[in-house]
Ligand binder design. Structure first.
Ligand code: MG
Ligand code: ZN
Length: 217
């Protein structure tokens, strides 16, 4: 093995160690944590906003925003939930060290659901565990139906795929069957939701999955 590969392996195993201890912290506090990953512009912040609207009155929710600038954070803050900007220092993904720092700033006693908006990127966030229970990949119709084939490791590591912007299906050449087939082939146990954060279509299926699987107490 080359030195570079060994170094990369060490970084990842250190990351996994911190992620495991974060998972324990979440479990000890009865917090469910979800990591939302996507390329820029696919609608992570809109999805989080809709999700907050649905659940913020029944559950205590905190959001960690891994964006480089705080534009999206301001949108999330308008929901009056705990928010923390994770300082990625311009990095293309969140890692467990950054996550750990952000988690320190949250009043954990008072959280049921922790939502992490990862940095917009479909390549490396998959390699860095954050201790979250659920990994969600948001993809969107204008990005094209080839994303699962192009970025298999993102889709392989996810539990849920949300295809956003289905209101574009009429004008884009997007094969939903091919998309579903490719997702299933990469990860047969994947939950797949087709939604439009613009029209609200399909969101209730995502909400009921989240309620059933993560928030039922
Ligand atoms: Mg965003
Ligand atoms: Zn990265």
């Amino acid at each position: 093995m080359t030195k570079k590969i060994v170094l990369q392996k060490n970084i990842l195993s250190k990351n996994d160690e911190i992620a495991a201890s974060l998972r324990k912290v979440f479990d000890d506090h009865h917090i469910r944590a979800i990591n939302i990953m996507a390329s820029p512009g696919s609608g992570k912040t809109s999805l989080i906003s809709h999700t907050l609207n649905e659940f913020k009155h029944d559950y205590s929710i905190a959001v960690i925003d891994g964006d480089i600038v705080d534009l999206d954070l301001k949108k999330i803050q308008s929901h009056q939930v705990q928010t923390v900007l994770a300082n990625t220092g311009g990095a293309c993904h969140l890692d467990a060290v950054m996550m750990n720092k952000a988690v320190q700033e949250i009043d954990l006693q008072n959280v049921d659901l922790l939502i992490v908006e990862n940095v917009g990127n479909l390549i490396c966030p998959a390699n860095f565990k954050l201790g979250t229970h659920v990994n969600v990949v948001v993809s969107s119709v204008p990005e094209g139906d080839d994303k699962p084939v192009k970025y298999p490791s993102m889709f392989k590591g996810a539990d849920v795929v949300i295809l956003n912007k289905i209101d574009y299906l009429e004008i884009e050449d997007f094969d939903t069957q091919k998309f579903s087939r490719d997702v299933q082939r990469i990860n047969p146990t994947m939950e797949l939701f087709f939604v439009s954060c613009k029209t609200g279509e399909g969101l209730k299926d995502w909400f009921s999955w989240l309620r059933q699987h993560e928030l039922k107490q």
